[in-house]
Design a protein around this ligand. Structure first.
Ligand SMILES: Cc1ncc(COP(=O)(O)O)c(C=O)c1O
Length: 370
């Protein structure tokens, strides 16, 4: 028998992946610094929690949790169809947008095909592409931290399979406009798939030129949405994709058969029924952003106006960003430095409830004035 000596356990693309470094948990922060109060503003979760209708639905679903879930989530798809006006045949449900990104990577890429995206965008896309060994063309964001749509279109070559746009983008909060979207779709060949990751879609009601992507008939567009943000169900892991039927059929072939779980499906259906909760979430985010813009204006801190549920600030140096994030942590305010997104001098702040923003502002003033 020949020896395996010298053979690597994993391929180079897996070896090169950096493990996900989660932000500190509330328990870890309490243990390390004993702050009087904790405000977790690091992960773009819904600080209001979730709709109370979810509790009842999940309790009911628990009764049959010994059965496998519906693998194609028919009930939930019917709700999504009703809400969006898109036929159920063009919808699929999976364990969050991240799972949908994984499905996209394992379904569509062949040989040398590449993916075009920005350098400062959702890391989950980079990770899934890397796992699949996909070559990525990461186009720098513009000076004002926006997707450079023209440069992305110019980067298309004969091997381009996919363009990924997070709209609004994480971590910048910026978005591509209706005009940019329409221009891009005129340029992009039909055999290049355009992924519009709309994880923060529900918060875009504040911007008038956000593209209503579902209203066009573009055959190569795949829209991703999630229940993790505005609906407050991040812990359940559930999201959906909308595309033409053929694309959905291919994606269904590589989805893990029974994702997402039955409780997640029940929770998502119930959360769709609670417009009041959704509106409250939107109001918290809208007024919280206005409040932070005013605060940062007063403090002369550079921020980027956001169409999502977070705001990015940019300091002069990386050292300043490290210092502020660490000192804020010691005061119990958990923020996200976004060095991993390629913006080492920036910090992302999830919009919290009013008492959390009090805590943020007070701590921030103490940190920058000492
Ligand atoms: C742009 C973007 N896409 C996808 C996700 C992941 O969402 P999900 O919880 O549905 O996997 C996030 C989460 O932060 C995100 O910011």
């Amino acid at each position: 028998m020949s020896s395996n000596k010298g053979r690597k356990l994993v391929p180079a693309n897996i070896d090169e992946l950096k493990p996900y470094v989660p932000g500190k948990t509330i328990a870890e922060v309490v243990e390390a610094y004993h702050p009087a109060k904790i405000s977790k503003l690091a992960s773009n979760e819904n600080r209001l929690g979730h709709s109370s209708k979810v509790d009842e639905a999940v309790n009911e679903a628990l009764k049959t949790v010994s059965d496998y879930p519906d693998p194609v989530a028919n009930k939930l798809k019917a709700s999504i169809s009703e809400k969006t006006g898109i036929g159920s045949n063009r919808i699929m449900v999976a364990s969050g947008s991240e799972s949908l990104l994984a499905i996209l990577c394992r379904t569509f890429f062949q040989n040398k095909e590449n993916l075009i995206t920005a350098d400062a965008t959702f890391i989950g896309m980079f990770v899934q592409a890397k796992i699949r060994g996909v070559h990525m063309k990461q186009i720098p964001v513009t000076k004002d931290y926006r997707f450079d749509v023209k440069a992305m279109v110019n980067a298309i070559d004969e091997h381009t399979k996919m363009i990924y746009i997070a709209n609004p983008n994480n971590p910048t909060g910026t978005y591509i406009t209706k005009e940019e979207y329409e221009w891009m779709m005129e340029q992009v060949p039909e055999d290049v798939l355009v992924i519009m990751d709309e994880a923060y879609f529900e918060f875009t009601d504040t911007v008038s030129d956000y593209p209503d992507v579902l209203s066009y008939d573009h055959k190569n567009v795949i829209v991703l949405r999630t229940f993790s943000k505005a609906y407050g169900l991040a812990g359940f892991r559930i999201g959906y994709a909308i595309a033409r039927e053929e694309i959905i059929q291919y994606m269904l072939k590589t989805k893990l058969t029974f994702e997402p779980g039955a409780l997640a499906q029940a929770a998502a259906i119930a959360s769709f029924d609670d417009e009041a909760f959704l509106n409250e979430s939107r109001n918290v985010v809208r007024s919280g952003k206005e409040r932070l813009y005013k605060f940062f204006d007063e403090q002369n801190i550079k921020y980027i106006r956001s169409a999502a549920n977070f705001v990015m600030i940019c300091l002069d140096t990386e050292e300043e960003a490290i210092y502020i994030t660490q000192k804020m942590l010691e005061k119990g305010v958990i923020l996200r430095r976004i060095n991993a997104f390629g913006l080492p001098n920036c910090i992302r702040i999830t919009i919290g409830l009013s008492h959390e923003l009090d805590h943020f502002e007070q701590s921030f003033l103490e940190v920058i004035n000492t």
